[in-house]
Design a protein around this ligand. Sequence first.
Ligand code: ZN
Length: 303
Amino acid sequence: MLTADSVAAANEEVGPALEIYQDLARAHAQPLYELAVLLLEQPDIAWRVSEDALRRTWNSIAKDDLFVEPEEMLYRAVVREAARRLSHPGSRGYQPPTTGDERHIDAMGVAERFVPDQRAAVLLSVRMGTGYRFAATVTGLNEGRVRDLCFAARREYSESQRHGSSAPPACPNQLPLISARLDGELANQEAVALDAHVAGCDGCTAAWSLYEDFGTALKEIRLPLPERDPVERALELPIVRPQATGGRRLMQLAKGPAFMVVLLLAGLYVFRLFTPVPVETGVGRTPDLIYARAREGNETLVL
Ligand SMILES: [Zn+2]
């Protein structure tokens, strides 16, 4: 039974882990849910998938068995599950309302042309601005690939928007740099050189604004919210103290009574010295059976 006291006590015990999780939930529950909606369309499914990712990440934080940054584990879990679900026929990503802004429809249409893990990489980099390294770790692609995918997506989007435009052609060798610049992935010197070029080149200026508009359109899309605030729901997840794993549990058990065990062993040795005749067998009756009670609970250590 969970009472306010037992919850408070459990929370106190996992204090530092809980703080890490709460910071994570406040910063990421909302964007995580949004990524899930963009990938999976349905708010209820998106919430379930992101909730599962949050819960699993919380368990790993509490057990101290995280192998990657908690943010990475969180988003990776959502991307994997979305990719698995999207492999079923008939499943699709978010479709902006057909009555809405055509740019939104075009931008999501471009994203939809990529397979799920690539689509996730583009959404993470361009809509959420996570940077290529993070998007690569989360999707299992490499950074160079993520950079190329974002460039390809911007090129396709600008193709879809160019119709009728009389803008002069851009310089082909500057285009990938413009895309990387918009994702914050150009080194300072490169960025300065690119900006100087674009300032004096009409073709590249026109390309820049279309490339930039791809990100703007993706960011403008207002997604359906679940019934309750994702952050609030995420913060309610870790109220039950997770079970420690076997090895760790044993360590916890051993730490407390370790000193007492040493004393008891010494006691046994002394006791034996003065008890030359072995006594009758039977539980609790033999001098060889010594037990100690762990500090926290009802585990009994039998020697
Ligand atoms: Zn140019």
